[in-house]
Write a protein that binds this ligand. Structure first.
Ligand SMILES: Cc1cc2nc3c(=O)[nH]c(=O)nc-3n(C[C@H](O)[C@H](O)[C@H](O)COP(=O)(O)OP(=O)(O)OC[C@H]3O[C@@H](n4cnc5c(N)ncnc54)[C@H](O)[C@@H]3O)c2cc1C
Length: 155
């Protein structure tokens, strides 16, 4: 197997082609990682959530890490790790355009709100949050079998 580094263009291409990431945040040196869906736009990953641990932790420390991967075959994969900044898009007058942008990007997928809108105990509508992760640094690895060009189709 060959493992190569992906450049920023390749990393951003995988981030833009994916919709599901693992999002990690940290509080008091303690990491917390959850799967989230997102809508990519340029260097931003837009998301929707209810108020909870991850949002509270990201409000306290906006430095986050996002990981996305794809598997193109039994022995071919791509993985991207992105460091970035959490930015909340509050329901305030000055943020209307950004919130509508998040809504329009996310709503390209059917049932887009469902993964972020349900908790074991129902929450009040006031706890609905739009946010974006501004990607600052990326690194990526691409693995493929020796003797192939590594051009498999993501699945
Ligand atoms: C495929 C997929 C897509 C998802 N997409 C989104 C999305 O777009 N937006 C979104 O907000 N959420 C999404 N979720 C749910 C997300 O993973 C969290 O469960 C959810 O956001 C609640 O996180 P919280 O920090 O607010 O938890 P809280 O309700 O505050 O609960 C915190 C506690 O519950 C535990 N917990 C929370 N979530 C999980 C989990 N997933 N697995 C195990 N333990 C957990 C924590 O360890 C912690 O102890 C998705 C889940 C999956 C599987």
């Amino acid at each position: 197997m060959i493992v190569t580094n992906m450049d920023r263009t390749q990393c951003m291409a995988l981030l833009r082609a994916s919709r599901l990431a693992r999002l990690a945040c940290v509080k008091d040196g303690r990491p917390y990682l959850v799967p989230v869906t997102y809508a990519p736009d340029g260097d931003n990953l837009y998301g929707f959530s209810l108020l909870g641990q991850k949002v509270e932790w990201m409000r306290g420390n906006p430095q986050v890490c996002v990981q996305v991967d794809s598997f193109e075959g039994e022995r071919e994969w791509r993985s991207v790790v992105a460091h970035g900044r959490y930015e909340e898009l509050p329901d305030l007058v000055g943020w209307k355009v950004e919130r509508e942008r998040a809504w329009s990007l996310l709503s390209k997928e059917a049932h887009w709100w469902e993964p972020g809108a349900f908790k074991p105990v129902p929450e009040p509508p006031t706890h609905r949050i739009f946010y974006r992760i501004v990607v600052e640094e990326v690194s990526g690895r691409h693995a493929f079998p020796e003797g192939t060009a590594g051009g498999g189709v993501p699945r």
